[in-house]
Design a protein around this ligand. Structure first.
Ligand code: GLU
Length: 276
């Protein structure tokens, strides 16, 4: 009899604001996929955003997940991993696939950036600067160079099947930020590799980001997880549930005495209806 190897999934919230229903849904999707396969479900606090991060929220997140009846193994928060991000940053620099960029959001808009699935597609204004740049800069991935080195890549989504890697859909993303360390793209790609994540589950809004993550995996010689981009929970108006649109946080619900296990059951029903 063939034994399938256990899968490892993760829930990776950023403590920039409280968790809401959409997060609970994402956590349950990741948790249940792991448990259905007797695998591991990891919690990783993505607190790399020094200025916006609120450390006290991490404990609140743990209480929220417990309230929902989830069990997890916790791995190191991103703030303790900066040295590994720096090492990868140096590797990318050495490979000549990143360049410094001093453009502000306004500069990017003024240069006629086209909208993309992850925000404006960088028009490449600073590509010619290469490693010479005065003053503080952010560093961007030159996807044309990176793509040439990596060749045609594929990745796999458990809901959408095999995907050809198309980093041009997203463009030259920021790899290293001006005032903060590594960008989301670099940090999440490295962390998933180090944590042994074999099935990265996250919302469909991050589908296109995986083209970049796959490219980084090739450049940094990292293992390649499968992906599960689940549908997002929408509110009655069809908009993504988010705190800014007034959806109550999980901690508000918990402290108001709502039954977390019942809420988890309702979310599992929605999971079933959404086919994820
Ligand atoms: N920290 C990210 C977020 O909260 C995680 C995204 C991912 O799962 O890749 O959106």
């Amino acid at each position: 009899m063939m034994r399938s190897s256990p899968i490892t999934t993760r829930f990776a919230p950023s403590p920039n604001g409280p968790l809401h229903l959409g997060h609970a849904f994402a956590a349950i999707v990741a948790h249940d996929l792991a448990k259905e396969h007797r695998g591991r479900f990891l919690l990783r606090i993505e607190d790399i955003d020094g200025a916006r991060s609120r450390p006290e929220l991490a404990d609140e997140f743990r209480r929220d997940l417990e309230w929902l009846g989830l069990e997890w193994d916790e791995v190191r928060p991103q703030s303790t991993r900066i040295a590994s991000y720096e090492k990868a940053f140096a590797q990318l620099k050495e490979a000549g696939v990143i360049y410094p960029c001093q453009c502000s959001r306004t500069d990017i808009q003024a240069a006629g950036a086209k909208p993309g699935p992850m925000g404006a597609i960088y028009p490449g204004t600073c590509r010619h600067l290469d490693a010479a740049c005065d003053g503080p800069a952010q560093w961007r991935l030159n996807i044309t160079r990176a793509d040439k080195i990596a060749g045609q890549l594929k990745w796999y989504d458990t809901l959408d099947g095999a995907q050809f890697c198309d980093p041009y859909e997203v463009g030259d993303v920021v790899i290293w930020r001006r005032d903060e360390p590594a960008s989301y793209h670099l940090a999440v790609t490295l962390d998933d590799a180090v944590d042994g994540v074999t099935l990265a589950t996250r919302g469909r809004d991050l589908f296109a980001a995986t083209h970049i993550h796959r490219l980084l995996q090739a450049l940094l010689d990292l293992p390649i997880p499968a992906y599960h981009h689940h549908p997002l929970l929408l509110d009655e108006t069809g908009q993504k549930l988010a705190k800014r649109r007034g959806s109550p946080s999980l901690s508000d619900r918990r402290l108001a005495g709502e039954d977390g296990l019942m809420l988890a059951t309702q979310l599992r029903l929605q999971k079933f209806e959404l086919g994820t």
